[in-house]
Design a protein around this ligand. Structure first.
Ligand code: FAD
Length: 430
């Protein structure tokens, strides 16, 4: 990997998501050598992926070059690498570009889509966890309409214009809202020769309310907003299969669709070696103590979605969200410096700053510690918070200008099939 050996202890960080970037910033110009590894050369701002999928934003505006983040940091090295194995006895990681020894290892690999072992759904559904996946979904949505123009079979046309989203957390809710707005504001103009009133958006949830991590009030309001936009919500309904044509459920309702978006769960990204099955807890997460130290290891830490810190308040670990990831990264950065200075470590304490989701134009729900609100003001707060946490001045400006433009013009101009998604449509033919 061509990383020089120095007298400084080497800290290897796997992953430059919210957690990895946060710890990297905390280790800037400290007396350590830091090697940051990621299989992408950019950081992804995942909360806005749904806007890429629905043509509201270009992918570049929610991605940021990792090398630019660490520009000017002393003793920092970035390598574009996929980490394949951790050899704990040798204090070494193995990647597709070679092996590297570490003094301290920080695992910040985040999470991936969880299909709960259902291979059929995994193969046939669309995920929205990365930028390439979001671009695939954007292409598929647009290709479906192009395809719908070509058929004279009603059932085929309906299946192409039916969108089924599984999982009514923030991702599912935000995507459903965005699709509903496209149906209302863009499709009738783009496809005047198609009866776009027949477009259906179904949001399926196994539990008895949407946005179940938020307050009852937020759930109810979000449901009202979505129904007002024409989204059909199916609660207490569990999807059991999807063969690429029909979504089956555990109720007597089935859906014919060319597009199933799976937003029903995530699990920690596993790496061979450390993540032996007996070490992982629910959702393939790595159990850590209050200092984010991996149980049974003195020099390995895990932060962010992949880490599970079980406390009295968080028996299932912290929510797999950006805030805990960033706060853990900051805490661990400070703790590693303390460790090297032989000072006592500070346990991690999560400060919940609240959660929010947007449903569409002028519609959002916000739950903060002492205050909850919904509607237009919530929508402005949602926009401000997302702009604030985006990395890079250019990205903030581009996103802001796009949002203003989309708001004023009722438009989403990034509805482009740049890289076609090769969907096999033959199943819908008679
Ligand atoms: C569509 C969507 C919407 C979301 N909306 C919100 C929201 O509104 N609010 C919120 O708080 N949270 C939201 N989240 C969750 C939030 O994005 C995650 O909790 C957060 O990204 C976790 O940060 P992390 O650093 O642990 O992981 P990530 O940000 O996922 O970063 C992990 C990094 O590790 C890299 N990596 C993984 N495996 C390897 C490997 N083997 N080798 C090298 N590199 C590797 C990846 O490329 C990635 O860069 C959303 C997530 C998604 C998918």
């Amino acid at each position: 990997m061509n990383i020089p050996k120095t007298s400084f202890p080497r800290i290897v960080i796997i992953g430059s998501g919210f957690a990895g970037i946060s710890i990297a910033k905390g280790l800037k110009n400290k007396e350590v050598q830091v090697v940051l590894l990621d299989k992408h050369n950019y950081h992804t701002f995942q909360p806005l992926l749904y806007q890429v999928s629905t043509g509201g934003l270009e992918p570049d505006s929610i991605a940021y070059p990792i090398r630019k983040v660490i520009k000017g940091y002393n003793n920092f090295f970035f390598r574009l690498a996929n980490v394949e194995e951790i050899r704990t006895e040798e204090n070494t990681i193995v990647t597709n570009i070679g092996a590297l020894e570490y003094d301290y290892l920080v695992i910040a690999t985040g999470s991936e889509t969880n299909y709960y072992g259902n291979r059929e759904i995994e193969i046939n559904s669309m995920a929205m966890k990365t930028i390439p996946q979001s671009l695939n979904l954007r292409s598929l949505i647009l290709e479906n309409f192009e395809q719908a123009l070509l058929t004279d079979q009603y059932h085929e046309r309906d299946a192409l214009m039916n969108f089924v989203i599984v999982g009514a957390g923030p991702t599912g809710v935000e995507l459903a809202g965005a699709l509903a707005e496209i149906k209302k504001g863009i499709l009738p103009k783009d496809y005047p020769d198609l009866d776009t009133r027949r477009v259906q958006i179904h949001l399926i949830q196994s539990g008895d309310r949407i946005l179940k991590e938020m307050s009852e009030k937020a759930s109810q309001k979000a449901e009202d907003f979505l129904e007002g936009l024409g989204v059909q919500i199916w609660k207490n309904t569990r999807v059991t299969g999807y063969d690429g044509k029909t979504v089956t459920t555990d109720t007597d309702v089935d859906f014919e669709t060319a597009t199933l978006v799976w937003a029903a769960g995530v699990k920690g990204v596993e790496i061979k070696g450390l993540n032996a099955k007996d070490l992982l807890v629910g959702g393939s997460r790595i159990p850590v103590d209050e200092f984010n130290k991996v149980k049974g290891h003195n020099n390995i830490f895990a932060i962010g979605d992949v880490a599970c810190m079980q406390t009295e308040d968080t028996p299932k670990g912290h929510p797999m969200m950006a805030q805990p990831a960033m706060q853990q990264g900051k805490n661990l950065g400070e703790n590693l410096v303390r460790l090297l200075e032989n000072k006592p470590l500070e346990p991690f304490v999560y400060r919940d700053k609240g959660s929010m989701a947007t449903i569409g134009r002028n519609k959002a729900v916000v739950d903060m510690k002492n205050i909850r609100f919904q509607g237009v003001f919530a929508w402005f707060v949602w926009m401000f918070v997302h702009l604030f946490f985006l990395i890079g001045f250019r990205n903030r400006m581009v996103v802001f200008v796009n949002w203003v433009y989309n708001y004023v013009r009722f438009d989403r101009e990034a509805r482009l099939i740049i890289r076609p998604f090769n969907r096999n449509y033959s199943a819908f033919k008679d």
